[in-house]
Design a protein around this ligand. Structure first.
Ligand SMILES: Cc1cc2nc3c(=O)[nH]c(=O)nc-3n(C[C@H](O)[C@H](O)[C@H](O)COP(=O)(O)OP(=O)(O)OC[C@H]3O[C@@H](n4cnc5c(N)ncnc54)[C@H](O)[C@@H]3O)c2cc1C
Length: 382
């Protein structure tokens, strides 16, 4: 049986996120974009309301909600500001590997911490020389007695400066390729860690992105996630939980852009009538609505699959690629609907177009999603 309706609890959560967005994010989004400050106060309120870390199981003090519930929140927050949304969502990206592969003790300690106190964690996989090509990372972890000593550099890490701990992907055996990768939970206050400068970005400026250097960083064996050689699988499995949520944020951004476009098109007149009455404009908005709804359905299906305990790699790639490309197109068309005013930083859609671009890059680029989709299809064809 297919049922697209949300439960009362899901509707309440969505309404809570919607209200939070309207009251706490919308009024300050432009200002955080301008100042590029980290939105601590907004995020603290989100944490207090229970809008962060929602996938942490009840056994570790969390709400134990599903990926779908996380998507409902991400979409609503995305309507207001995806820069603030990325800062909110990134905890879940780092929590994913611990959820997937952590021991009871690791889960209790590191997931528990995120719900006990207002705190952040970060997913540190990308390096200066390797993003899409994860096998190209150079960070090494060497076993010394009962410890590992980590050396290397990570790049573009969201919330690096705020994090209490990092999920770090390394090589323990570089000769073994994907099977030589090992993952660790590394507390941010460990000696030998240097956090890089705040990166100046095109969009999502309320999110904080930095490099991290690891120089002889010693972590005990107890901080290894899974076994030696499991790192790649663990890092990728986390995407089953996070890609639908990132795609949902892109849907939210597009929804916000369309709302601005509808309002403006109804008010602005040209050639003696509101521009909404010019079919070229109203059809552009009709296309926005159609594609937003299609993306939302892909997001919900990919989230539902993970929540059912099924592998969602293909559906998550569909959702992420479609929603990211759709958000970029909708934001660009919203600028078009605003004409010259759309190009002005004094109107909201200019920010949305800058913010939208990152969805085609982080969490696996739009090209990499297609690589995944093609790989899955040809796997089935064999
Ligand atoms: C704001 C921001 C936040 C980020 N947050 C995090 C984070 O928290 N943690 C983290 O680990 N990383 C993070 N990243 C890194 C992000 O995931 C990478 O930038 C992304 O995966 C792309 O890697 P790259 O930048 O090295 O580009 P490259 O991999 O060098 O790609 C360059 C271009 O080549 C294309 N390309 C590469 N390989 C192929 C292929 N096989 N087929 C077709 N096209 C290909 C890509 O699609 C892209 O267009 C963040 C990045 C940004 C900008």
């Amino acid at each position: 049986m297919i049922d697209f309706s949300l439960s009362d609890e899901q509707k309440q959560l969505r309404d809570l996120a919607r209200e939070f967005t309207q009251n706490e994010i919308v009024p300050v989004a432009a200002e955080y974009d301008r100042t590029k400050e980290f939105p601590t106060e907004v995020l603290k309120k989100a944490w207090e309301l229970g809008l962060m870390n929602v996938q942490v199981p009840e056994a570790y003090g969390g709400m134990g909600l599903g990926v779908l519930e996380d998507c409902l929140i991400a979409e609503e927050v995305g309507v207001g500001c995806t820069g603030i949304g990325t800062s909110m969502m990134s905890n879940m990206l780092a929590e994913g590997p611990v959820l997937v592969a952590g021991t009871e003790e690791q889960k209790k300690k590191y997931l528990g911490q995120m719900v006990e106190e207002f705190a952040f964690c970060a997913y540190a996989v990308t390096e200066p020389g390797a993003g899409s090509d994860v096998a190209g990372i150079k960070t090494l972890a060497k076993k010394v007695g009962n410890d590992y000593v980590i050396n290397g550099q990570k790049m573009w890490i969201t919330n690096a400066a705020q994090a209490k701990w990092f999920f770090v992907l390394t090589y323990t055996d570089p000769e073994a390729g994907y099977n030589g990768m090992t993952a660790f939970i590394v507390p941010a206050d460990t000696d030998g860690i240097t956090i890089g400068k705040h990166e100046e970005k095109m969009g999502q400026r309320a999110s904080d992105t930095r490099g991290i250097t690891f120089e002889d960083v010693k972590v005990p064996e107890a901080n290894r996630l899974g076994n030696e050689g499991d790192g790649w699988k663990i890092a990728m499995a986390a995407f089953d939980h996070s890609r639908p949520v990132v795609a949902a944020a892109a849907v939210g951004l597009a929804q916000g852009a369309m709302q601005h476009a509808i309002q403006y098109a109804a008010e602005r007149t040209a050639f003696g009538k509101p521009i909404a009455k010019h079919q070229a404009v109203s059809f552009m908005i009709a296309d926005m609505a159609m594609n937003i709804e299609a993306a939302r359905l892909l997001v919900w299906k990919s989230a539902w699959k993970t929540d059912q305990g099924q592998r969602n790699t293909l559906e998550a790639a569909y959702a992420k690629a479609f929603a990211a490309d759709m958000a970029m197109k909708v934001a660009t068309d919203a600028v078009q609907v605003f004409g010259g005013y759309g190009y002005s930083a004094e109107y909201p859609v200019e920010k949305l177009m800058r913010d939208a671009k990152i969805f085609q890059i982080y969490e696996g680029t739009s090209q990499i999603q297609r690589v995944i989709i093609a790989r899955e299809l040809f796997k089935k064809a064999r």
